[in-house]
Design a binder for this molecule. Structure first.
Ligand code: CA
Length: 494
């Protein structure tokens, strides 16, 4: 059945849905509807044992991958929290819904466009209980962050509960657990050997870099320990056999060329899905396999709705990748970056199975443009600047300290997995360049990209706050704000 037919068909069917948690029409009455549990990591690339990373100890997620499916080409649509979370929680590109500037609309009353809602709303209407779990049984000794970080105003409560204990008696449920490990500051117990960690060639191979990378990997080890506790609790509560567990990262790792930039390091994240024994396995899901389809994080929302037998909202831009309504594979994983904190860039990118194309609409500024958050929290940010002054950087490292950036970048991931050899001017690659440039231009049109106009400078200068009047005006005010931010982050971490 074609998607449009399916929508008409199921919309009509769902119109008859009562508010109770009954089986949907079209499903056998005795087929239970699965629960969905999203385990969301912060600022985390695919750095688990099962993805081949050394110096991490991640037996729980490795086991989940062995029992389920591990995805190798899963990309977020924005390389930073709030645009990315706004996107995958609605199944919409952040540039379509005006959520593209980081933390831009938190307190200005901005609403989602008509017909666009967060996934928990669609699920709730279909009779699902929803939760963003912060409270677990005390014996586990863990908490979820409860993070939403959406760039729009939500009226009311987006989730029914924040208590794990409510899930068992409120099935079926759609629940998220948001983890804070792998977000800076890195505070996990030390385990990785800095001498053995892998350093990408665009970072200086220096003790500072090695210590920082080891500390990040230790957070992955700690994250896995906590995921293991949640999975164990799911089992103990008798929920494992009817709950689809989905683990992924909200954006790429918080390193200089990762988070906030449009390379694989900023956009490629892990995705592991475990299917429960008590529910028939859907089409396109083969337990114990590795799936290399090109997927984007906004595909999760329609996939989960479809697996629950809930009609996919007509405006949703994501596409289901499991179950009976999977269409043609994606040709491109698109992504976008706009203002982050005080730093205004506009990038649009397309990644196919082999190449990445990046279009930079603000090439006049340096890669290391002022960003107080990074200056304080990223040791390699400052290291690059120091080593540059001393003339000690290699060409791929120099790329990061240059005063301007290229307008276009093209990388062949097959031969250049670290994306350091820009082929945009290579005569043999002009066909690829033109094809991908056209794809990005078409995407900008199709999505009605709301970022075509940059934010006004006074908003951009507001240091991450929505309103210019909240911006620090003096050096002392800035320092006080930074201290408050640091304290806040430390507290959240604890
Ligand atoms: Ca994040």
């Amino acid at each position: 059945m074609k998607r449009r037919q399916f929508l008409t068909h199921t919309t009509a069917a769902a119109a008859g849905l009562a508010t109770s948690r009954m089986a949907l029409p079209g499903r056998a009455a005795n087929t239970p509807r699965p629960n969905f549990l999203w385990l969301i990591a912060e600022d985390f690339g695919p750095h688990l044992g099962c993805y081949g990373t050394k110096e991490v100890w991640t037996p729980n997620l490795d086991r989940m991958a062995a029992e389920g499916v591990r995805y190798t080409h899963f990309f977020v649509t924005g390389p930073v929290c709030s645009p990315s979370r706004s996107a995958f929680n609605t199944g919409m590109y952040q540039i379509t819904i005006g959520a593209h500037n980081h933390r831009s609309h938190r307190d200005d009353g901005y609403r989602l466009p008509d017909g666009v809602r967060v996934l928990s709303d669609w699920f709730r209407d279909a009779g699902y209980f929803t939760a963003n779990v912060t409270n677990f049984p005390e014996s586990l000794g863990i908490r979820g962050t409860g993070k939403t970080d959406w760039n729009f105003t939500y009226d009311g409560k987006p989730f029914d509960s924040n208590n794990w204990a409510d899930l068992k008696s409120n099935q079926p449920f759609y629940a998220q657990v948001n983890f804070n490990e792998t977000h800076r500051p890195f505070t996990a117990p030390k385990k990785a050997d800095p001498a053995k960690v892998e350093i990408p060639p665009y970072y200086p191979d220096h003790p500072v870099t090695r210590a920082d990378m080891a500390a990040y990997l230790d957070e992955a080890t700690e994250l896995d320990r906590k995921v293991g506790l949640v999975l164990k609790q799911l089992e103990e509560d008798g929920l494992a056999d009817n709950t689809v567990v989905i683990f992924f990262g909200d954006n790429g790792e918080a390193h200089v060329r990762g988070k906030q930039f449009c390379y694989d390091e900023g956009l490629r994240v892990p995705l592991i899905i475990r299917w429960p024994k008590g529910i028939p396995t859907p089409a396109h899901f083969k337990p114990g396999s590795v799936d290399d389809r090109l997927l984007v994080a906004i595909d999760l929302a329609p996939t989960c709705l479809d697996l629950a037998g809930v009609p996919i909202p007509p405006k949703m831009e994501g596409r289901p990748f499991l179950g009976p309504h999977v269409g043609a594979p994606r040709e491109y994983a698109f992504g976008a970056r706009d203002r982050c904190d005080m730093t205004v860039f506009r990038f649009r990118t397309a990644r196919d199975r082999r190449y990445r194309y990046i279009r930079n609409f603000t090439p006049d500024r340096p890669f290391l443009q002022r960003n107080d958050y990074k200056e304080q929290s990223y040791p390699v940010w400052n290291l690059l600047k120091e080593l540059d002054k001393e003339g000690k950087l290699t060409p791929p490292q120099k790329f990061l300290t240059a005063p301007t950036m290229p307008e276009e970048e093209l990388y062949d991931l097959q031969n250049d997995p670290y994306e350091i050899n820009n082929l945009a001017k290579s005569p043999e690659h002009q066909d690829v360049l033109k094809r991908m440039r056209a794809a990005v231009e078409k995407w900008i049109e199709e999505t009605n990209d709301q970022g075509r106009e940059l934010e006004p400078p006074e908003l951009a200068a507001a240091e991450g706050w929505t309103k210019p009047e909240n911006a620090a005006k003096t050096k002392a005010e800035r320092q006080a704000k930074r201290e408050a931010m640091k304290k806040g982050r430390k507290k959240e971490k604890e």
